[in-house]
Design a protein around this ligand. Structure first.
Ligand code: UDP
Length: 238
């Protein structure tokens, strides 16, 4: 087996990925499958940071559209990401992979606060660090949190796991003529408004030279092949 080409990566999973075929919540089989994929990466010697969204449970903008204060809604959204993070920590540890949830909002009886130096130490010791509660601020997304944490902890690659094979000119689920882009620049992603990550997240990656890989999380073994150097999904670089 070829050695991994990355020492440290950050993987972003949307909350919706945890729903499986359901319309809401966490599918335990899907959770365990993702945890097994992550454990394989750790077993291959890669340090793994994880950011999980909260869209399977709650999104701030949803109730704000019905009159709720947006900041309150976003606080609830961030707590939703913490629930997903705790579920993933549990799944990883059941599989024997040590993991630590580190939250951008203090919930001190439940998990550690995010402190960069502590996060780096956990990663160096081979523990999966699950960064919860996004950036800790309303009006941001977990995509932006993923870019931020990837840059902060010096990850060599940010991987955005999606339901499709990478970046397309249009949504391949609805437009059969959509063109696949194996490699694009941040500028092109921004100019063409491609559905890669939100603008703040892409701009952060661009300004700090963080390469971004968009790939299909449901393709079996794909993460492991990627970290061993296979060209999988789409790459966004300068
Ligand atoms: N959120 C926030 N600040 C952040 C990250 C997330 O306020 O830094 C809130 C926001 O309400 C968002 C929700 O948490 O809708 C869930 O995150 P996101 O929508 O990014 O999850 P995903 O779409 O990846 O499942």
């Amino acid at each position: 087996m070829p050695a991994p080409v990355y020492r440290r990566i950050l993987l972003k999973l949307s909350g919706e990925a945890l729903m499986g075929a359901g319309a809401h919540g966490i599918d335990p089989d899907v959770l365990d499958r993702f945890a097994a994929d992550v454990r394989e990466l750790v077993g291959a010697g890669v340090q793994v940071g994880l950011v999980i969204g909260g869209g399977n449970l709650f999104r701030g903008a949803g109730l704000a559209a019905r009159g709720m204060d947006r900041v309150t809604g976003d606080h609830m959204g961030m707590l939703a990401t913490l629930m997903n993070a705790l579920a993933m920590q549990d799944a990883l540890e059941r599989l024997g992979a040590p993991a630590r949830v580190m939250s951008a909002l203090s919930v001190e009886r439940v998990c550690e606060d995010y402190v960069r130096r502590d996060a780096m130490r956990h990663l160096e010791k081979g523990r999966v660090v699950i960064f919860a509660a996004g950036t800790g601020n309303p009006f941001f997304t977990t995509d932006t949190a993923a870019s931020l944490r990837a840059i902060e902890v010096g990850a060599e690659l940010l991987i955005k796991a999606t339901k499709v094979d990478g970046i397309y000119s249009a949504d391949p689920m609805t437009d059969p003529g959509a063109t696949f882009y194996p490699r694009i620049s941040y500028g092109q992603a921004l100019r063409e408004g491609l559905k890669v990550m939100d603008t703040t997240a892409i701009v952060l990656c661009r300004d700090h030279g963080m390469p971004l890989r968009v790939m299909n999380i449901n393709a079996s073994g794909a993460l492991l092949r990627l970290i061993r150097g296979e060209d999988i999904g789409s790459l966004v670089v300068s």
